[in-house]
Ligand binder design. Structure first.
Ligand code: F0G
Length: 433
């Protein structure tokens, strides 16, 4: 049987070649459903292991290595791939010690072609745009989605249109969208308003929406879980910890893990921990009340990537939390930036939103939710260069209300070997920092 689109609430089905994001009957979010019964006989750990390190398109991609579980029916010539994925899973013993667990890994999705996990979704989204014959694609974005959309649209010769909020878009992300040639529109509205605008605009003008309300995006993002578990040699960690904004990843992870179990590729599910910024915490609030209906809020956080008050994927994320016996935690901007500084100082680096993962692990360990002996994988969602202002501002002490424990100040000295040598001596003797 071919894959279908299916409403998560009422079960109504649509063929995959229809332009739909939500159910016509009940407004529910749509899932791409594959014929898992049939796939059971086609996929195995060995198949995916054989494709590791492949030089052949499309299996050289860390998304399309799992083609059968992403988009089994797709002819390879329609696939739009840079290629993405194949990101590192770092064992980080020093950060594990800081967080209070024996074994911590960080999966660095900032190592994707445009520096964030969005590329895994965008390869799915642009491929589907080709299936549908769309000539324009659009998104609202806090920055990374637009960088990724701009690149993948340019790569496939489709026009990309991105709606930014006027303020607080991280410099690296804006620069990317401009450089890749997307139509960039700055609007005096926040992400949540822009997402509503882009959906309406797209309906009216026949433009394809590539925010994570698009279920083909989430099929690509599922592969973060596939790849992580494959990198762990198919051993299931106890926890997956991920930042939560529009909740696309949380939703995709839940679906990915259940599919792996249904296919017999793993025998148990890890628990999902979604970490939100305290100033952008609608899922956390809902979770505190037994996953009560979402109450949208006005978001504010230094982690601009996740400055989202009305996450569109809330129902799917709530489902993922139920499936995985998951939890939701919140962290302050100070905790986010301190955790980021530690990740950066390991030589790995990440953007502020990503550091929610590490800050969240530490908090959940302190509360006793994560046990010290459990194995934890934290997802780093974006590259350190995405938001240089946040990094420099933190170390310079110019971010309002935030201070650095161990600031790393650039030094200024005259252009002489003596001056530089004196400085290095002073630093080593502890007279300077
Ligand atoms: N981390 C980073 C670096 C992000 O860019 C985003 C989302 C998230 C985490 C949250 O992921 O939405 O799946 O819960 N950025 C979107 C954007 C909203 O427009 O770039 P989520």
């Amino acid at each position: 049987m071919k894959s279908i689109l299916q409403c998560m609430d009422c079960g109504r089905q649509y063929p995959t070649d229809t332009v739909r994001y939500t159910c016509e009957t009940c407004g529910g979010l749509l899932d791409v459903q594959h014929d898992l019964e049939m796939l059971r006989t086609q996929v195995s750990r060995e198949l995916f292991d054989r494709r590791l390190g492949s030089l052949d398109f499309p299996f050289n991609s860390g998304v399309w290595r799992y083609k059968e579980l992403v988009y089994p029916d797709i002819p390879s010539e329609l696939i739009v791939s840079r290629p993405e994925g194949n990101t590192n899973l770092y064992a980080v013993p020093r950060l594990a010690g800081w967080a209070g667990v024996d074994t911590l890994y960080l999966k660095h999705e900032g190592e994707n072609p445009t520096g964030s996990f969005k590329d895994r979704g965008m390869t799915g989204g642009l491929t589907q745009a080709r299936v549908l014959g769309m000539t324009r694609v659009a998104c609202a974005s806090t920055g990374n989605t637009s960088a990724s959309l701009a690149a993948y649209a340019a790569w496939s010769g489709i026009q990309g249109i991105v709606l930014f909020q006027n303020k607080q878009v991280a410099l690296g992300k804006l620069a990317q969208a401009v450089a890749y040639g997307a139509v960039c529109v700055r609007i005096d509205a926040d992400f949540d308003q822009n997402l509503a605008l882009v959906r309406e605009l797209s309906d009216r003008l026949g433009i394809y929406v590539l925010n994570s309300v698009n279920p083909f995006r989430l099929e690509g993002q599922k592969t973060i879980m596939f790849e992580t578990i494959q990198q762990l040699r198919w051993q299931v960690p106890d926890w997956i910890v991920v930042p939560g904004g529009n909740l696309g990843n949380s939703s995709a992870f839940g679906k990915a893990l259940c599919e792996l179990r249904e296919l017999g590729l793993i025998d148990r599910l890890p628990r999902l921990a979604v970490i939100q910024a305290e100033g952008a915490n609608p899922l956390y609030r809902s979770f505190q009340n037994g996953l009560a209906p979402l109450e949208p809020l006005k978001a504010d956080t230094i982690a601009t990537a996740i400055k989202i008050g009305n996450p569109v994927n809330f129902p799917k994320a709530a489902r993922a939390l139920r499936w995985t016996d998951g939890v939701v935690e919140q962290v302050t901007d100070q905790e986010i930036m301190d955790a980021k500084a530690l990740i950066d100082a390991q030589g790995i680096g990440c953007e502020p939103a990503s550091a929610c993962s590490l800050a969240g692990v530490r908090k959940l360990v302190a509360q006793g939710a994560i046990k010290p002996k459990e194995t934890v994988v934290g997802i780093l969602t974006g590259h350190v260069l995405k938001d240089p202002d946040a990094t420099i501002g933190y170390h310079a002490g110019t971010l309002p209300g935030l201070r650095a424990e161990q600031p790393n100040h650039p030094h200024e000295v005259p252009a002489t070997v003596d001056a530089i040598s004196d400085l290095l001596m002073a630093l080593n003797s502890g007279r300077e920092r």
